[in-house]
Design a protein around this ligand. Structure first.
Ligand SMILES: NC(=O)c1ccc[n+]([C@@H]2O[C@H](COP(=O)([O-])OP(=O)(O)OC[C@H]3O[C@@H](n4cnc5c(N)ncnc54)[C@H](OP(=O)(O)O)[C@@H]3O)[C@@H](O)[C@H]2O)c1
Length: 289
């Protein structure tokens, strides 16, 4: 790739996610064989946002690829909070459903937090509830928010040494930046969380051993903000397959960097699928392998 340092490692989320999915397919096979039950993910999509339609389709496809079922719930763009909460509550109570994904974002009239909180904790395989955030923050077993949890797996797959490092997370959304910071902290990083009111962001990023960009602005993080040899994780996914990091310039300095696409995105989906199979095993009383 242009300008890339010859020693820069590309963190290949596509390859690592395939390993996660392969292991998951084995678990699903065992669950089905031992219980006669096929694990099932319910996907809930409100409205017809094209990006969300694509994400849900990809998630359902991966479900089927590992031998799980998925149930598709589509609700109109004018759905109310109450209608959505009722639907999610029904799914939470349905023993045939093992995991629930409410595709984010929902239309503006809906209180998204209230809708997320209708997901039963044991079915929160996307890790979006306050309960799941709490277990993440307390480093207890549970379901991590899929994007940061997928990032942690990717770092682990490349033996990135996190303990004692300085992690700088740019973004503090409830399902990305905040849980990301908690996961890095649980792995013994020293963590700085940055947001839109942060002063002198470039100076903070320059101190980072690990940078996670979760801003939602194309090529927001510049190459000269990156410390030589740093690990750069780009969670951003903007129109035209563009991340939140200026890739070419950042890759010249980074020791490791995620591509967009093919970095964080596939890890997010694989984590969702994996957590669904784990949730099914737990709900069916099986030990998890
Ligand atoms: N690959 C995946 O699977 C995946 C999954 C989810 C999201 N994403 C992508 O990740 C990105 C972030 O998503 P999100 O849901 O976390 O977005 P979000 O809810 O819009 O949050 C963006 C965060 O960035 C911060 N921010 C905005 N402008 C900033 C600035 N100038 N300087 C520093 N911080 C700034 C905001 O700060 P304030 O809190 O102060 O407003 C906020 O905390 C998007 O590109 C999204 O598409 C990817």
């Amino acid at each position: 790739m242009i300008g890339m340092n010859s020693t820069t490692t590309i963190l290949d989320g596509k390859a690592v996610s395939q390993q996660v999915l392969d292991a998951c397919a084995q678990r699903v096979g065992k669950i089905t064989q031992q219980t006669g039950v096929t694990p099932c993910l319910a996907t809930v999509l409100v409205g017809e946002d094209p990006a969300s339609v694509t994400y849900v389709r990809m998630k359902r496809k991966r479900c089927e690829a590992v031998g799980m079922k998925s149930v598709k719930i589509e609700m109109s763009a004018d759905t109310t909070t109450r209608q959505l909460v009722e639907k999610i509550t029904q799914l939470s109570q349905d023993p045939a459903i093992h995991g629930i994904l409410l595709q984010h974002p929902v239309p503006k009239q809906i209180d998204e937090r209230q809708a997320f909180e209708a997901i039963a904790p044991e079915k929160d395989v996307d890790g979006v509830t306050i309960h799941s955030f709490g277990t993440t923050a307390f480093n207890l077993p549970g379901y991590g928010s899929c994007t940061p949890a997928g990032i942690m797996r990717l770092l682990e797959a490349y033996n990135v040494s996190i303990a004692g490092s300085h992690g700088v997370v740019i973004g503090r959304s409830p399902i990305l930046g905040k849980p990301m910071a908690m996961m890095l902290l649980a792995a013994d990083a020293t963590v700085t969380i940055c947001h839109s009111k942060t002063r002198d962001l470039p100076r903070l990023v320059q101190q980072a051993d690990i940078v996670v960009a979760a801003v939602g602005r194309p090529e927001f993080v510049k190459g000269d903000w990156i410390k030589q040899g740093a690990v750069v994780v780009d969670a951003g996914y903007n129109a035209g397959n563009v991340g939140d990091v200026a890739f070419d310039a950042a890759a010249e300095r980074a020791g490791m960097i995620t591509p967009v696409p093919g970095g964080v995105g596939p890890m997010t989906i694989a984590t969702l699928i994996d957590q669904t199979s784990i949730a099914a095993a737990r709900q069916l009383g099986l030990a998890i392998e």
